[in-house]
Design a protein around this ligand. Sequence first.
Ligand code: ZN
Length: 558
Amino acid sequence: MLKKFPFFLMLAFPLALAAQTSTRIEGRGVWAHPGDFGKSEKDVEEVFKVLKKANIQVVVPLVKDMAGRVYWQSKKFPEAVHPDYREFDLLRAITNVAPKYGIKVHAWLCDFPEGKDSPAFKAHPEWGMLNPQGGLTSEEKLTPDQVYGPVWMCPNRRPGYTDQWLLPMIEEVVRQYPVDGIHHDYVRYPGDVAPDSYCFCDYCLEHFLSDSLFYYPSRPDVQIPLKKDRLREESNWDLDFTVRPPNWAEMSREDKAKFILEGKSINRPDLGYFFYELRCDAISRFVREAWERASAIRPGIEMSAAVFINPMKSGRFIAQRWTDFAPWVDIAMTMTYRSHFQGSFEDYLTYLADVVRAQNRWVGEKCSLLVGLDAHYIFREELEPWERALSLLKTGRALESKEEFGRLVKANIASLSPFSDLRAKELSAKYDSFLKGKVTQEALAGELNGILADPPPGFFPGAKLIQTIETVRKAGGPGVIIFAASHLTRKKLWGAVEKAFSSPASPSFEVLPAGHHLSIKTWKEIWRESHKSEVGNFGARPKPPFSSSKASSPQGYH
Ligand SMILES: [Zn+2]
């Protein structure tokens, strides 16, 4: 494969690295939902004016949601188009307007969740992930009284959802719209509900043993016992042996799953390790194929992914070992939201700095990093008393716990009054009427929700957002992406973002070796160059240029 690399690129590579020095500009992005953009190109233009004023460089608009609905004019999947967006082509409007403002667009797809009523699941229920009992994710419960909802589709199964639905969708977006990039979200297995229970669909059960070569597919019925030449049992691991139970075909789904999760290959329960590795491989394979297909249509397309904080933990629990995504993903956008941290705001800032330093190490030379911050959970202190009061109203316990409820409402009125005396008085009057039985619980809840949905300016302190961004900067974070535009708008925080991202963008710390991003581009040039004669063959995987010298050394093969 090495001889296929264009020689001039190999020569130019170190020079190009040297040329790119300390001029890297801090990255600034925002995730945005369809509702943020309005329903006309004129509305979209207004949104881009706000983004430009805040010096946002990349906007990530949602184009496929968790229910499987899409927000572009799909010709291939017309039934998946959201009913409210069949006339107005939102993605067309966004990609028409964005270049005028010099802002990049990464189309955001929730990759593997679908709705129970989605066209994909309705047409192919067999594509859904199954647990050991044969149940779907949608039937799981998050808490005793909270049903999970989304149906996750199996990433592994071929032919299946990944190659028949999701990858063609990505191709269609790239073919139809001049997007700068594709953004993966939910690029993983389900994690907040039953992370150890998927996937045990028929395909995954059969392929677990064959993909790991735990039997020889040419001789499926042959059992080869472990040869115990060496003293330690596990040190005989590299001699051939099979683990496929002789009665595998007759075993129930549940027993097969138990065998995979708790069984031994040699001396201790370790088959689970191989199960988790194969799940990671299925996700990483999809990420690679997404880039290969997108880049075959538009060379130079960028790929980004919303990923969890820690690739080791997310590899184990949700098959998102995102350190393996490079170079198929150019930008890791880590969801380093406060909701993943316990403690005070100060605690969060302390942990955030440690996490950013760790993320820089994890990303290494492989891809760019935008540290994802949220503009909702950082206001835990401001939100909590309102949410507790709302929860008492929702569960009908406001009058039962009159004293606690009264304390909460009074504290909320006091916190509101410096920002809008009028609205504080209105809330106070409504609360008095509620106590007298003249206003229902629902109406009072409506009043509280109304204030959270449209608070007076300053009620959510922008200083907190600025401080969070500053913390990322000081810890060496090369860029920030904020979740989400709707929170910034509703909480009236665009002024704070403008302040934090005041122009010109300061060069970030040189935490990444200069030119590493270029190395990915160069890698891709080489990939395309070496695949010119193999259009449509996406299977081959050349060695990346930055490891080519190692691979050719005599010690390189082991
Ligand atoms: Zn499966």
